[in-house]
Design a protein around this ligand. Structure first.
Ligand SMILES: [Zn+2]
Length: 302
């Protein structure tokens, strides 16, 4: 059903590209690129529509995957895929001459990117002005990429774990390793993801076999239900609320269960998923420059 409607949406978007730029009186911020010459009417909105067309369960009605800022009716000059549209990522995007950022996580510091409460906030104002200065559009791709079959974020991240041969049948994120000390699993993650320091709950000398990986911030209830239902020896999470999953694992150990928790950090655990998206877009979006711009771990370890 959705696919029948979309060509009309695409057509409307392209018509709007002409109207949009003139009606809004937005001056071009950079000379027309080769891309624009080859795709004079390929607007950012048209690219978004094409991406959504390829997504499982699209179009979604209640989703955070919306345009957060900018005129999406302008011709696309290039796409930066990132986990977080930080100010540094915005600057890098502008340096590349791109005008479209696809971010996995929010831009304006809360899940739905509501900005009313930030109107007078100095950092919000700085970031908004930076985006406007470079005429950059930000679109979030969170719900759609997680609903892909298989989940695009998970695909990109699990590739780096390189545990395919240990993947349990029918379980995309559970691995049955040869018996391995927890310290070796920690060392593997640190090395593979270039993370200098990991937070761990459990006995570092514990010997582990099953590892369950939950990227991002799945939430305490989801992480705890997964730990109980799947019973992995080690739960690897992106982000946790310290008073939820962390304390659950501590209590599980006291209750006699063989358990450990490794916390990678949110960006560390999902960023490679947006690299995967960048690679994926390049396979079917000819003529549009696409790149992965890492946001990187916000923390330093002192
Ligand atoms: Zn995610």
């Amino acid at each position: 059903m959705a696919q029948k409607k979309t060509p009309r949406r695409l057509f409307l978007s392209r018509s709007g590209a002409v109207l949009g730029s003139f009606a809004l009186g937005i001056p071009p911020t950079r000379p027309r690129s080769k891309v624009q010459e080859e795709n004079p009417q390929k607007t950012i909105r048209a690219v978004i529509d094409e991406i959504i067309l390829k997504m499982t369960g699209a179009p979604m009605m209640n989703t955070v995957d919306t345009v957060k800022i900018g005129d999406s009716e302008q011709p696309v000059t290039g796409i930066a895929c990132t986990c977080m549209a930080t100010c540094k990522v915005i600057q890098k995007t502008a340096e590349l001459g791109y005008n479209f950022i696809i971010t996995h996580e929010p831009t304006f510091f809360s899940h739905r990117d509501q900005t009313d409460w930030l109107a007078e906030n100095s950092v919000y104002q700085y970031k908004k002005a930076l985006l406007e200065e470079h005429n950059i559009v930000v679109w979030r791709c969170h719900d759609y990429i997680h609903h892909m079959q298989p989940d695009g974020i998970e695909t990109g991240v699990l590739e780096r774990f390189a545990w395919n041969e240990y993947q349990m049948p029918g379980k995309s994120n559970i691995f049955k390793l040869p018996y391995t000390p927890l310290t070796d699993i920690v060392a593997h993650i640190k090395s593979a993801f270039n993370i200098p320091c990991l937070r761990v709950v459990g006995d570092p000398h514990m010997t582990c076999q099953t590892v369950g990986i939950m990227v991002g911030a799945a939430g305490g209830r989801t992480q705890i239900a997964f730990a109980e239902h799947e019973q992995p020896d080690v739960l690897v999470c992106g982000e946790i609320n310290e008073w939820e999953t962390c304390e659950y694992i501590r209590d599980a150990i006291i209750a006699g269960q063989k358990k450990a928790l490794i916390v990678m950090g949110h960006v560390n655990s999902e960023e490679l998923g947006m690299k995967w998206m960048s690679d994926w877009l390049q396979t079917w979006l000819p003529g549009v420059p696409v790149g992965f711009v890492p946001a990187s771990d916000p923390f330093i370890y002192i």
